[in-house]
Design a protein around this ligand. Structure first.
Ligand code: G3I
Length: 278
């Protein structure tokens, strides 16, 4: 199992920050630098400068590297937002192929697709320009990612899926279908932005995904400071340790300062870089 933090390339020059990373974490996720707007600002013109800063930091310091994220409805470059239909589908698959190929062999796990399911009770897909290219866009992305980087674990990642609810069940059904049809998927990421702490069925939800034959990773954990922050972190950690296929926990940042969107003090280290009770 690994224990990780989301990191920002712009903070890697801060020795208090990197001190925490070096000492406490053995995995990092790029908070923004591997997203579509960052890596392909103009169509077919790739820029890996900031993504490389994180990848090189990981390699130089013996950290696993999580890739976040190949396709998402948000943080798309303007040119992609303006596309639709076959042109968008082809651009999206090209993006997956090129970015996963760029980091081939260096990524422990890729969030191939992020946040493609709708909130609420439908259990269905979120409407987006990608979804409107056809319901098979997710499996097309996973197949392209597997071809580009066969060693990386390929993950579907989402939020508000931490307990058993309509949204997590929609994803569960998709993963079961992918496994049955041989679509390459290796893991499910539960973001776990746990505003109200973990739901009572958190562990049962982890376990039901594991039982489908995929790994489960807690990918963006944060829990606002206040009553029971430490207990809630302990609950999440115990749930992961108890599920055989929960192979990693990533907090959505290392310390409270610089946390996006800036408040809540939801991380494990305070603004001065000291360990909190959690
Ligand atoms: O880099 C620009 C900077 O040049 C500019 O001056 C500044 C002014 O607004 O914006 C900076 O960009 C911001 C960027 O973070 C880097 O700090 C964007 O405005 C801001 O929108 C962006 O926010 C990111 C957010 O995703 C966007 O959706 C957060 O950092 C990032 O933590 C957050 O991460 C997401 C995950 O990818 C997916 N799951 C939810 C999670 C947030 O809870």
């Amino acid at each position: 199992r690994y224990f990780g933090a989301a990191v920002a390339a712009g903070k890697l020059g801060d020795s208090v920050y990197t001190g925490i990373l070096d000492r406490e974490f053995n995995s990092v996720t790029a908070e923004n630098e591997m997203k579509w707007d960052a890596t392909e600002p103009q169509q077919n013109q790739f820029n890996f400068t900031n993504a490389d800063r994180i990848a090189n930091y990981a390699a130089a310091n013996g950290k696993l590297l999580r890739g976040h994220t190949l396709l998402w409805h948000s943080q798309q470059p303007g040119w992609a937002q303006a596309l639709s239909g076959t042109a968008l589908r082809n651009a999206a698959i090209n993006h997956v192929t090129r970015v996963a190929g760029q980091y081939r062999g260096r990524i422990h796990s890729w969030d191939v697709v992020n946040e493609a399911f709708a909130d609420g009770t439908s259990g269905g897909r979120r409407d987006s320009n990608l979804q409107r290219t056809g319901n098979d866009w997710i499996e097309a992305a996973f197949r392209a990612a597997r071809a580009a980087d066969p060693a990386a674990k390929l993950c579907y990642n989402d939020y508000n899926t931490d307990g058993i609810n309509a949204k997590s069940t929609g994803i569960y059904t998709m993963v079961r279908d992918f496994k049955a049809r041989g679509v390459p998927i290796d893991c499910v990421g539960l973001q776990s932005h746990l505003t109200n702490g973990p739901p009572g069925d958190y562990q049962a939800n982890l376990q039901r995904f594991a039982n489908l034959g995929v790994d489960v990773q807690i990918t963006e954990l944060d829990i606002p400071q206040g009553s029971n922050q430490a207990k809630a972190y302990a609950h999440v950690t115990r749930a992961c340790l108890a599920a055989a296929r929960c192979n990693g926990i990533t907090a959505w940042g290392a310390r409270d300062s610089g946390y996006w969107p800036g408040n809540g003090n939801p991380l494990l280290f305070d603004r001065s870089g000291n360990k909190k009770a959690a």
